[in-house]
Design a protein around this ligand. Structure first.
Ligand code: NAD
Length: 428
């Protein structure tokens, strides 16, 4: 029998989000001097599940949809992470995102591991009835991989509260009970056991870290100019919160186009415009901005809040901001990151910047198992405190070790999961 020796070796291939996650892990592992057995334990996902479902739509069409779940780690608790529903999502993307979730939950200090799910289907092309059918098919096909002690999904790109409500219903219905026994999914509508403020939590958390970054750089958060890529759950809430502080949101793009206004866009009106038209395009009083130009907009803070691998080396060289606050997951490629670093931009890394959503998901998880009621102000106070303390911890390590914020955040996160492995023991 031949045995493959367990050694560290370059395993990175050019696969987008997964490449970014692996490179960032490898740098942290090197910085921490992780021994081989821990390196390999934390490198490899614990489980990868691929299924296909064939829902029938009301008009008789049959879809064939691939779905993916990766549990990267469950060392510190059940795998936690959102469901991405896009036409081009791959299992590699999901694996990279699941790995990032392991670091995010550990960094923000909640007892979860890292997971992620993907539904390879264009959510925007479906009516709400059709989407419900697809979500229920996914839930049925993946039912045995979802659970409070296994993998607990939440919304991500292309999915929302309503979809989480359908998942919850599908699971309680399948067991013939009124509710689920324990928390099977977070990000549900508050009427079904969700937490008030969960929908806004990621965007608000992004803004808490921007305020903290401004303090580091001696900027007044109420007087900064910002550009936001992506105007969905994360981007629109972050823009609204920044505008409420007095900041000027000068540029916003989405999948269909973009808008620019030098003296600041009226964000509540832009939000209403997007609700009624589906896009930021044609917003009265704003100039047209093509999607690529957002990277070159002169501002203090750039918030990528769309999708992965947006800031490559070329775009990183054109960013005219002092702060890059990563609302999206893995928005910066490893090459882009080097350029941002060389140029001395202050990057709030994704595992810190957008961790507010999963932190409030944890509040929902505990509420559901303990039936504890939480008020909106209670949620916001806990979210703000947790984001601030995580930011301070990362900043202190970055300053002490003279590293970038991303390296500091990753080292804290990876070392905690490694400590979890050692505390559980090495068997087998
Ligand atoms: P969403 O589907 O609500 O919104 C995405 C927005 O980005 C939309 O406005 C879309 O038009 C836009 N977009 C997509 N591709 C674009 C492109 N190439 N250029 C410009 N705009 C583009 O998704 P969301 O929940 O806001 O998630 C956004 C990002 O934040 C994702 O990377 C997601 O993984 C990450 N994230 C989300 C949460 C959460 O709680 N929703 C938590 C953590 C991280």
């Amino acid at each position: 029998m031949s045995v493959t020796p367990c050694t560290k070796q370059a395993r990175v291939q050019d696969v987008g989000i997964l490449t970014t996650a692996l490179r960032s892990f490898e740098r942290a592992a090197a910085g921490l001097g992780l021994p081989d057995h821990l390196y390999l334990k934390l490198l490899n996902p614990s489980e990868k599940i691929e299924t296909s479902v064939t829902p029938i739509l009301p008009d008789g069409r049959v879809l064939e949809i691939q779905t993916f779940i990766t549990q990267h780690s469950s060392i510190l608790g059940p795998a936690k992470g959102g469901i991405r529903m896009t036409a081009d999502v791959t299992h590699d993307d999901i694996t990279g995102l699941a790995m990032e979730m392991s670091w995010k939950t550990s960094l923000i200090g909640i007892p979860f591991g890292g997971g992620k799910a993907g539904i390879r289907c264009d959510a925007e092309s479906l009516s709400s009835d059709e989407k419900e059918i697809v979500i229920r098919s996914f839930t049925r096909g993946s039912r045995r991989h979802i659970g409070p002690e296994l993998y607990v999904p939440a919304p991500d790109l292309g999915t929302n509260e309503r979809d989480m409500g359908h998942i919850w219903d599908c699971i309680s219905y399948s067991s013939g009970t009124a509710i689920t026994n324990g928390c099977y999914v977070t990000g549900k509508p508050p009427i079904l056991g969700g937490v008030v403020g969960r929908r806004e939590a990621t965007g608000k958390g992004v803004v808490y870290t921007i305020v903290a970054a401004c303090e580091q750089l001696g900027l007044d958060p109420g007087a900064i100019r910002c550009a936001v890529q992506g105007f969905g759950n994360v981007g629109a809430v972050a823009a609204a919160e920044l505008a409420a502080l007095g900041a000027k949101i000068v540029a916003v793009t989405d999948l269909r186009g973009g808008v620019f206004k030098d003296d600041g866009l009226d964000i509540p009106s832009l939000t209403a415009h997007v609700v009624s038209t589906g896009s930021v395009n044609d917003f009265v009083g704003a100039e047209v901005l093509d999607q690529d130009s957002i990277f070159g907009v002169a501002c203090d803070c750039f918030v990528p809040a769309a999708t992965g691998s947006q800031i490559d080396a070329e775009r990183a060289a054109t960013i005219r901001a002092r702060i890059v606050a990563e609302g999206a997951n893995a928005p910066t490629t490893p090459e882009g990151d080097e350029v941002l670093d060389d140029r001395g931009l202050f990057v709030v890394p994704d595992i810190l910047c957008n961790a507010g959503g999963v932190f409030v998901s944890y509040l929902e998880y505990t509420k559901e198992t303990q039936r504890e009621q939480i008020t909106l102000s209670g949620v916001e106070t806990r979210l703000r405190k947790r984001m601030q303390s995580a930011f301070e911890e990362v900043c202190a390590r970055a300053q002490t070790n003279r590293t970038a914020m991303r390296q500091a955040a990753m080292e804290i996160a990876v070392s905690r999961v490694a400590e979890g492995v050692l505390s559980r023991g090495l068997w087998p």
